[in-house]
Design a protein around this ligand. Structure first.
Ligand code: ZN
Length: 606
C-alpha cells in the first residue's frame, strides 16, 4: 500500500516548544516508522509554513525582512525535528518557487471551475503605513457586551463573532492607531457549492469507523452553517494571486493568497518537490492520483485540534474544487483528480504544569533545550506514553522524570543491560540453546503476540495504547528473568539450561527492540548494538542543505533520509555466536529532585 503521511506544517515564527511537537510531530513519526516496518511504501512530508501576517508583524518588530526571519526560523525548526528523529522523506518550506507554482495551479483551476467567487468586503488599513490590518490585530470595545479588549474577529468575554468595523473605539494592536476601513475585493472559496461533495466524503469516512469520534463529529457539524471563506488577503507577504488584474499595480494595495490556502497545499507541493529532487518528477502521483499504481493509496493527516477545519473542510474543498467535483461541475487541472484524506488524525492540547503553553509568559519548554539536556528518547517516550492523543494532557517535570526512570530505564533499559551483561559474563557470545521448557515457550509466545497487538494499535494511530502494550510485554520478560533465575544457574550441569534461558532472553529483547523502535528509534539503535546486532537497526533522518530547484543561488536546509533499510515488523532470529560484551549504560536515569527543582525554577509562578 502507498501511505502518504502528511504532517502539519509548523508556523515559522520561532523555535518549537513541547506543545507543538507532542500533538503531531512525534505521533506521526511513530506511525510512519511502523507503516514502513509493516511493508508499506510511506511518503512522509511536511515543512515550515512561512507566510501570513504574524510573520510580517514579527519581522517588523525585529527590524528584519520577513524572508530573513523565516530563513532563520526554518533552519531552527528543521534542525529540531531532525534531532527529534522525525523521519521525513522531505521537510521543506512554503517560500520556494516550487510551492508557489503548485499553490497557484490549484488556485487557478479552482477559480476556473467556478469555486472562487469575487466579493467586496470591508478591510482595515493602518493610516500611517497603508498596510492592511487583519481582524485579529484590531482591538476595541465589544458592541454587544462592552468588553474593552474584544478582538476584531471575536469577543472573548461574551463569545460572539464580530466584524472589526463593529468594534467601538477600534485600535491597532501593533501601534495603537485607529484603523481606517476601506472597501476591498477578495476571492472567496465557494464552500456552499462544495458542501454536498464534502458531506458525501465525510459520511463515507464516518462509515469507516476509523476517525477519532470527536474529529468526525466536529467535521460534520461545521458543514451545517458553511459559508464562503476569503482565500485572499490584503498583504504583501505571500503568494501572488495568479490572475490578471490582481497584481500589485492593479489593486488598491497588494493582495496575496490567504496563508491557509497555501499552507495545506504544502502536502502536495512537498510531495512534488520530493519527486523532483529524486529525479523522477512524476513519482508523487503514486500517492496522490488513483490508478497510477495497482496498490491501494491512503493518506493520513496529523495535526492539533485547532487545525481540524483546515484539514477536514478547507483542504478537501480545495481538492474537490480543483477536480471540478462540486455543484458547479468543472474539470481537473494538470495534476488530475487528487485523493482526499483517508484520515484526519487530530490530537488534543498539552498543558504544562497545569497551564497553557505561552512563549510570551514563559510557560514554555523549548524542544531544543529538552533535546540537549535529556536526549530524544526520554521526550519521545513521554509524548507517546502521556501525550494529548485523544484527550487533553498535562506535562509535569515530575511525571517526565518518573516515566523515564521507572519505565524506560528501570523497565526496559535494565532488562537489556542485564541480558547483555549475563551473556557477556557467561558466554561472551549468544549461546546455542538447548530444548525449550514451557516457561521459555510461554515468554516467546507473549513477545511474538505483541507484534500483532502493538502493530494493530499503531496502524490505527493508537500510539499510547500501543506503547502500553509493548511495555506490558517488557514486564512479562522481566518476570521471566525472575521466574527462571539465570543468575543462579552456576553449575556445570546447569550450563545448557543457562544457555537456553539466555538465548530465549536475548531473542525476546531483540524482538521487543523491534517493537519499541518506532517509539524510540535512537535508543533502538543502541540496544541493537548492545545485543550483538550489526549496523543500524532504524534509519535516522538527516539535515541537508540543498539548492533550490528553481531559484538560482538560493539554498536551504531540508530534513530527509533513506529509509529503505527499515527492518520488517517481525521477529528476526538472533545469531548464535554473535559476540556480546558488557554494555555501556544505554539509558540515563535523571535525578528527580534536581531536574524537577531546576526546571520548575524557570517556570514563572510554579
Ligand atoms: Zn462581548
Amino acid at each position: 500500500m502507498k501511505v502518504l503521511s502528511a504532517v502539519a506544517w509548523p508556523y515559522a515564527n520561532g523555535p518549537r516548544h513541547l506543545g507543538h511537537v507532542a500533538g503531531f510531530a512525534v505521533p506521526s513519526d511513530v506511525f510512519s516508522r511502523y507503516m514502513r516496518m509493516a511493508g508499506h511504501d510511506v511518503l512522509m512530508v511536511s515543512g515550515s509554513d512561512e507566510h501570513g501576517t504574524p510573520i510580517l508583524v514579527l519581522a517588523d518588530k525585529e527590524g528584519v525582512t520577513p524572508r530573513e526571519l523565516v530563513d532563520r526560523n526554518h533552519a531552527i525548526i528543521a534542525g529540531e525535528l531532525a534531532d527529534l528523529g522525525c523521519s521525513y522523506d522531505l521537510y521543506t518550506r512554503t517560500t520556494t518557487p516550487n510551492h508557489y507554482a503548485v499553490a497557484q495551479e490549484l488556485f487557478r483551476q479552482v477559480w476556473a471551475n467556478g469555486y472562487m467567487v469575487e466579493q467586496t468586503t470591508k478591510g482595515a488599513v493602518s493610516p500611517s503605513t497603508g498596510r492592511t490590518l487583519p481582524d485579529r490585530y484590531i482591538e476595541g470595545t465589544c458592541p454587544i457586551c462592552g468588553y474593552e479588549e474584544a478582538r476584531g474577529d471575536q469577543c472573548d468575554s461574551c463569545g460572539n463573532q464580530l466584524e472589526p468595523e463593529d468594534l467601538k473605539s477600534p485600535r491597532s494592536k501593533i501601534d495603537g492607531e485607529t484603523p481606517r476601513f476601506i472597501e476591498t475585493q477578495h476571492f472567496f472559496l465557494d464552500l456552499p457549492a462544495l458542501a454536498d461533495s464534502l458531506r458525501t466524503w465525510l459520511e463515507g469516512r464516518e462509515a469507516s469507523g476509523t476517525w477519532r469520534p470527536n474529529v468526525i463529529k466536529f467535521s460534520l457539524n461545521i458543514l451545517d452553517d458553511i459559508k464562503p471563506r476569503a482565500m485572499t488577503r490584503d498583504i504583501d507577504w505571500g503568494i501572488p494571486v495568479p490572475l490578471e488584474g490582481w497584481d500589485d499595480a492593479s489593486q488598491v494595495g497588494p493582495k496575496r493568497l490567504y496563508v491557509w490556502f497555501d499552507a495545506v497545499v504544502g502536502y502536495l507541493s512537498a510531495s512534488i518537490e520530493w519527486a523532483r529532487r529524486l529525479g523522477e518528477p512524476e513519482r508523487w502521483r503514486e500517492w496522490w492520483v488513483e490508478g497510477t499504481v495497482p496498490e491501494a493509496q491512503e493518506s493520513y493527516y496529523f495535526m492539533g485540534k485547532d487545525n481540524i477545519t483546515f484539514h477536514s473542510q478547507i483542504w478537501p474543498a480545495e481538492l474537490l474544487g480543483y477536480a471540478g467535483k462540486g455543484a458547479k461541475g468543472g474539470e481537473p487541472g494538470v495534476y488530475g483528480e487528487l485523493n482526499l484524506p483517508t484520515e484526519v488524525v487530530s490530537s488534543e492540547y498539552l498543558t504544562m504544569e497545569g497551564k497553557a503553553f505561552s512563549s510570551s509568559r514563559g510557560y514554555v519548554i523549548y524542544i531544543r533545550d529538552v533535546l540537549e539536556k535529556y536526549g530524544p528518547d526520554a521526550i519521545r517516550y513521554y509524548i507517546c506514553a502521556a501525550g494529548p492523543e485523544a484527550q487533553d494532557a498535562n506535562f509535569t517535570w515530575a511525571e517526565f522524570v518518573q516515566r523515564n526512570n521507572s519505565e524506560l530505564v528501570a523497565g526496559w533499559g535494565n532488562l537489556v543491560s542485564r541480558t547483555a551483561a549475563m551473556i557477556a559474563k557467561n558466554f561472551g557470545e549468544i549461546p546455542q540453546p538447548g530444548p525449550l521448557e514451557p516457561v521459555d515457550e510461554a515468554v516467546r509466545a507473549a513477545v511474538l503476540g505483541a507484534f500483532g497487538t502493538v502493530g494493530d494499535l499503531l496502524a490505527r494511530q493508537r500510539v499510547k495504547a500501543a506503547l502500553g502494550e509493548a511495555m506490558r510485554t517488557v514486564g512479562e520478560v522481566n518476570k521471566y528473568v525472575t521466574d527462571t533465575e539465570p543468575f543462579k544457574l552456576k553449575g556445570e550441569d546447569e550450563r545448557e539450561r543457562l544457555a537456553t534461558v539466555l538465548h530465549t532472553l536475548v531473542q525476546c529483547v531483540a524482538d521487543l527492540n523491534v517493537i519499541l523502535a518506532p517509539f524510540v528509534p535512537a535508543a533502538a539503535n543502541r540496544v541493537h548494538t548492545a545485543i550483538g546486532g550489526e549496523g543500524e537497526l532504524m534509519p535516522m533522518p538527516r539535515l541537508a542543505t540543498v539548492p533550490d530547484l528553481d531559484e538560482e543561488g538560493r539554498e536551504y536546509p531540508i530534513v530527509t533520509g533513506e529509509y529503505t533499510a527499515t527492518p520488517a515488523w517481525a521477529s528476526r532470529p538472533v545469531t548464535v555466536g554473535a559476540p556480546i560484551t558488557k554494555p555501556a549504560p544505554l539509558f540515563t536515569k535523571f535525578d528527580t529532585e534536581t531536574v524537577v527543582a531546576d526546571e520548575l525554577d524557570q517556570v514563572p509562578g510554579a
